[in-house]
Design a protein around this ligand. Structure first.
Ligand code: TYD
Length: 135
């Protein structure tokens, strides 16, 4: 089974003024971005859901968080602690956001506008959904 996510390197241009990073659609991302949102002031673990259709590029602009990623068969934890490390989730993946530092700021570029109907908020339902729709 395809794991449903990948890590990409986000370019960085550094000079004596500091660092600059960018994401060019079509080059680095194979979906168009309909929504950008960010998590900050994180106080408790977040996530605990999957999306049916949504694709996302996620990176930590500041601080560090862990993403627990579950594709229905395997679980893996990825640490995001650099603006140059992008996590692309491109097919339904259960995620939990844990082990955040108090300064963590997580930016998400999303392929769709917000739609509660796209969420799977029960892990049992996610496992059922994967068994129906995955090859
Ligand atoms: P949710 O996706 O459950 O947050 P997380 O997975 O990070 O814990 O969203 C929290 C609340 O914010 C929920 O009521 C839906 C709302 N929301 C929006 O209105 N627009 C958005 O783009 C997002 C991501 C959430």
């Amino acid at each position: 089974m395809d794991q449903g996510y990948k890590i990409i390197q986000i370019p960085r241009i550094s000079d004596n003024r500091g660092d600059l990073s960018f994401v060019e659609l079509n080059q680095l991302l194979d979906f168009s971005v309909q929504r950008v949102y960010w998590l900050y002031g994180i106080k408790t673990p977040r996530g605990g859901h999957a999306h049916k259709k949504l694709k996302q590029l996620i990176f930590s602009a500041h601080g560090s968080v862990h993403f627990l990623l579950d594709n229905g068969k395997n679980r893996k934890t990825i640490q995001l602690n650099s603006p140059q490390t992008g996590l692309v989730i491109y097919s339904p993946t259960w995620r939990e956001i844990t082990h955040f530092t108090s300064d963590a700021t997580v930016i998400i570029l999303a392929s769709e506008v917000y739609d509660e109907e796209d969420y799977i908020r029960s892990h049992d339902e996610f496992i059922q959904w994967k068994s129906h729709f995955s090859i």
